[in-house]
Design a binder for this molecule. Structure first.
Ligand SMILES: *Cc1c(COP(=O)(O)O)cnc(C)c1O
Length: 402
């Protein structure tokens, strides 16, 4: 499919970013073969100040020599990028390559980097589709960028994207530079129809970029990721993270797949050493065949527990419908009042009592568009789900019996 898009990077990206000369280090000029002495970066030649012996590569078993923590990390992370590409590659004739990638401190850095790349503070805007992830508007506010909101379909309870309504907004306002779409959605848990995304990508006059945030994509059916599509679209950014399915929220690693031209701008504007060497070594271990096997097994186990919640939660008194979809490691569920109507006041009380009296923390989402009476519940281990179901039953009885 030949993309027909009005996108032009030279007029869409900020002029100061297009003109940016990226920071270069001496090691960009002279690759270290291990035999050089490195007197270029003002590091500490005697090594890391750690009160224990750092394991070397063989001891740590994760492909990284911890005795080298005194050195700045590799700013380009080619090996890690290649692993990420191999993981996502679906199309052998047009494969993703490291030139398609930006790596950041979680996808939160990628969300912010795209905003800074395209939006002139005080002038440009982004469009989001509530209910959605809160960081898009936080990042916009930090950058003095206005947020235009075009909600998902709030009527059906399925929270579908409304591409015609989005396209109308984009036609009306050329200062909207970015559209942030979350798929699977947070808090909606449903995967966005790829045809709906294509409809926005095919906008005939809009000069902007579509960001698809796939933080939960590895809980969705195999093949759902739009990452392989960035080779066909000059204005698509697909974000992923190791924080969710890979269980590595603590290392802070996010990725953005996009056209090489956009990836170059994002890499030029980022702080060169934002991804630490410990983070990239652990990320490489996670994306190795053995790491992927662990991830797959943990995802499988979580999906068993997700199915258990889907079947057992509706048996509790005062549980309404699941809203949205079932493509993530959390569920969005309605809490009902005694008239069987979804009620945010009741949901808020359940949320508070569950936490304060039972030590079970879920997320109250009743204030979000189309989420009246809703709690967002993360799928836990088998034992955690057992405790959740037990404590939620007690709490619902107590709150609704009042
Ligand atoms: C959790 C989450 C992220 C992850 O952000 P990181 O900075 O990579 O941890 C991104 N987007 C959405 C929608 C999320 O829910």
């Amino acid at each position: 499919m030949a993309p027909t898009s009005a996108f032009n990077l030279q007029t869409c990206a900020r002029k100061n970013i297009l003109q940016l000369v990226p920071y270069r280090c001496a090691r960009d000029d002279y690759k270290d073969d291990g035999s050089n002495i490195l007197l270029d970066a003002n590091e500490n030649a005697y090594g890391p100040s750690l009160p224990f012996n750092c394991p070397d590569e063989s001891e740590a078993g994760i492909g990284y020599d911890y005795t080298h923590l005194n050195r700045y990390p590799d700013p380009h992370q080619e090996d890690l990028k290649r692993l990420f590409c191999n993981y996502r590659n679906k199309n052998p004739t047009k494969p993703l390559t490291p030139a398609n990638l930006f790596l950041g401190v979680g996808s939160d850095e990628a969300i912010d980097a795209v905003l800074r790349c395209f939006c002139i503070p005080g002038r440009d805007k982004i469009l989001t589709c509530p209910p959605t992830y809160g960081m898009y508007s936080v990042s916009a506010q930090v950058n003095d960028v206005e947020v235009i909101r075009e909600p998902l379909d709030l009527v059906s309870g399925e929270f579908e994207l409304r591409p015609d309504a989005i396209n109308k907004r984009l036609s009306e306002d050329p200062t909207i530079k970015l559209v942030y779409i979350c798929s699977p959605g947070n808090p909606t848990a449903g995967t966005v129809d790829p045809e709906a995304v294509r409809k926005v990508l095919a906008h005939p006059t809009w000069n902007g970029v579509i960001v698809v945030d796939e933080a939960y994509i590895d809980f969705a059916p195999e093949g759902s990721s739009l990452a392989p599509c960035v080779v066909d679209h000059p204005n698509l950014v697909v974000m992923q993270t190791l924080s969710k399915a890979f269980g590595l929220a603590g290392i802070r690693l996010g990725a953005a797949f996009t056209a090489p031209e956009i990836a170059r701008l994002l890499n030029n504007l980022k702080a060169p050493y934002s991804v630490s060497s410990t983070t990239s070594s652990l990320a490489m271990a996670a994306l190795s065949p053995a790491g992927l096997a662990v991830k797959n097994e943990n995802v499988r186990r979580l999906l068993v527990q997700r199915d258990r919640i889907i079947s057992e939660l509706p048996e509790l008194p005062g549980i309404g419908r699941f809203l949205g979809g079932f493509d993530s490691n959390f569920l969005l569920v309605e809490i009902l009042d005694n008239n069987a109507v979804p009620n945010s006041g009741v949901a808020k009380k359940v949320y508070e009592q569950l936490a304060e009296e039972h030590g079970v923390i879920v997320r109250y989402r009743g204030g979000e568009a189309g989420c009246t009476g809703c709690l967002r519940i993360t799928v836990g281990t088998e034992a955690e789900v057992g405790r959740l179901l037990k404590k939620l039953r007690e709490t619902l009885n107590a709150v609704r019996g009042e």
